[in-house]
Design a binder for this molecule. Structure first.
Ligand code: NAD
Ligand code: 6OD
Length: 496
């Protein structure tokens, strides 16, 4: 896999990105701009799918479920998914530069996480679907002949996949791969902020010979646009969505009339809990990663850090010192921190920086925007920020900010740490830092979240359940959980 450099052109420079409907690339109707958050430059225009084009995509998907796709065996489908993974790897440099152009994220991150995980998602679900077994129950009958029950897994039908902008390719493929592995047909909508890696994926689907209509791509916005038309479409059977909790509620309302199956991975206000017996270096390093990765734009990021009092002052100082040293810059500059996704999102994060001051927090470092004296001043860069001293009930401690910022507070006992960590309407992830094995297990288990890490953060095994409780989601994806969501089990009872 060749690593791209800045000289690698953005694959869609000055083009109009098409939708993919029924195996045909469609450029029609309204367009919107795809803007580079590094410098505010328009990279390309994007075809916005209106309700009629969304309907065509859904009908194409429905048609594919009656065509050759439906007759493929699971091994044949999985072989196609492996080809998708291979083709992503062959076009690795293009995928990386597309993802970087849309998001401004660092080359390091896009090339080590986002795009490799996209390929890995297809391989993982090809393997998992192949090894899935089915249930079988023998039963007695009054005539003594007995009967055999066995289950078969059928596709759910037409699946809408709606993805956010923070890890665009990783999160879209995380749902498209298992949906296809289970034999569904997909209509995918990437975020309006990040259309490019999905557009490359559409090309890859064509290149590997995916039958027309099996993978459809529609671009556009959410409310009163493509997203809303898709989630309320009566012929969509299931929706796999990742994004904000409020969007999840809106999608639920849109999906209610046709009673669609829903899998939601939503927002978070995740806690890291650092005990005084933790390996200090590992805890500071891990917390740096969990607060500032992807400029704080990972749903799993820690925005609340609770530190046992004897360690508190030293920990705050160490974290702030490292945060001050983070290099902010463009994707190819060896920076630690790229821009936020957009100027609009920067406004939102800055409003929380202001609010932190109004709520009487102490800004230990950061709190503003950097100045470069070049085109990057037209981008969406922001300073990494460490805050202390906020009341637990303050909005900055309660609401998801989704930027490179955390609030630190001390605690005095294990019970208090658990209570503080759980005092939130969200429940996605937690990180627990301790060298006491019994405490590690005891505290991790008490976290009201879908995923707790002990002495690490964002360590992923794709076979494990992934998702959140409370406002952070509905259901679990990952491994057998994804296969379950994207399949309808059917029981066949055979009288012997
Ligand atoms: P968002 O909810 O604004 O948008 C996500 C997607 O939904 C986009 O494609 C958008 O166009 C679409 N959309 C918006 N309104 C819609 C509607 N009414 N109907 C249909 N589609 C609609 O989220 P975002 O700003 O792109 O992403 C950031 C958010 O996502 C954060 O809250 C973050 O925590 C969350 N997130 C959660 C996870 C997770 O696994 N739990 C992962 C990544 C991001
Ligand atoms: O790693 C994953 O599978 C996953 N769904 C990550 C989500 C990250 C949120 O931004």
């Amino acid at each position: 896999m060749r690593m791209p450099t800045e000289a690698d052109a953005y694959p869609f420079a000055d083009q109009q990105l098409p939708c993919l409907v029924g195996g045909e690339f469609v450029r029609q109707g309204r367009t919107f701009d795809n803007v580079n958050p590094v410098n505010g430059v328009v990279l390309a225009t994007v075809t916005e799918a209106d309700a009629a084009l969304v309907d065509r995509a859904v009908q194409a998907a429905r048609g594919a479920l009656r065509g050759p796709w439906a007759r493929l065996s699971t091994p044949e489908r999985c072989a196609l998914l492996r080809k998708v993974a291979e083709r992503i790897e062959q076009r690795f440099a293009e995928f990386v530069s597309a993802e970087i152009a849309d998001t401004g994220k660092t080359l390091q991150q896009a090339s080590s996480l986002d795009i490799p995980r996209g390929a890995a998602n297809f391989r993982a679900y090809a393997d998992l679907a192949l090894t899935r077994g089915s249930e079988c129950f023998e039963m007695g009958t009054p005539d003594g002949r007995g009967a055999l029950n066995y289950s078969v897994h059928k596709p759910v039908g037409v699946v809408a996949v709606i993805a956010p902008w923070n890890l665009p390719f990783l999160l879209m493929t995380w749902k498209v791969a298992p949906a296809l592995a289970c034999g569904n047909a997909v209509v995918a909508k990437p975020s309006e902020e990040t259309p490019s890696s999905a557009a490359l994926l559409a090309q890859v689907m064509q290149e590997v010979g995916m039958p027309p209509g099996v993978f459809n791509l529609v671009h556009g916005f959410g409310p009163r646009s493509t997203g809303e038309a898709l989630v309320s479409h009566p012929d969509v059977n299931a929706i796999a969505f990742t994004g904000e909790s409020a969007t999840g509620s809106a999608i639920m309302r849109g999906a209610a009339d046709s009673v669609k199956a829903l899998s939601f991975e939503l927002g978070g206000k995740n806690a890291a809990v650092v005990f005084a017996d933790a390996d200090f270096e590992a805890a500071v390093g891990g917390t740096m990663r969990s607060v500032f990765s992807n400029c704080g734009q990972v749903c799993l990021c820690s925005e609340r850090v609770y530190v046992e009092r004897p360690l508190f002052a030293r920990f705050v100082e160490a974290l702030a010192q490292r945060a001050r040293r983070l290099k902010i810059g463009g994707p190819y500059e060896g920076a630690d921190l790229g821009p936020l996704i957009s100027r609009a999102h920067r406004e939102k994060v800055l409003s929380y920086y202001r609010l932190a001051r109004e709520e009487h927090g102490e800004i230990v470092c950061g709190g503003g925007v950097p100045s470069f004296g070049d085109e990057r001043d037209r981008g969406a860069f922001i300073e990494p920020t460490v805050v202390c001293g906020l009341a637990e009930g303050s909005r900055c401690v309660k609401e998801e900010i989704f930027g490179p910022v955390c609030h630190l507070a001390p605690f005095d006992s294990e019970d208090e740490a658990v209570r503080l960590a759980n005092d939130t309407r969200y429940g996605l992830a937690a990180a627990v830092w301790t060298s006491n094995l019994q405490r590690a297990h005891r505290v991790a288990r008490q976290m009201e979240v879908g995923i707790a890490w002990v002495n690490d953060w964002y360590l992923r095994d794709l076979r494990t359940p992934f998702g959140g409780v409370k406002l952070s989601g509905i259901g679990r994806e990952g491994g057998a959980h994804s296969l379950a969501f994207f399949s309808e089990p059917m029981n066949i009872c055979v009288k012997l």
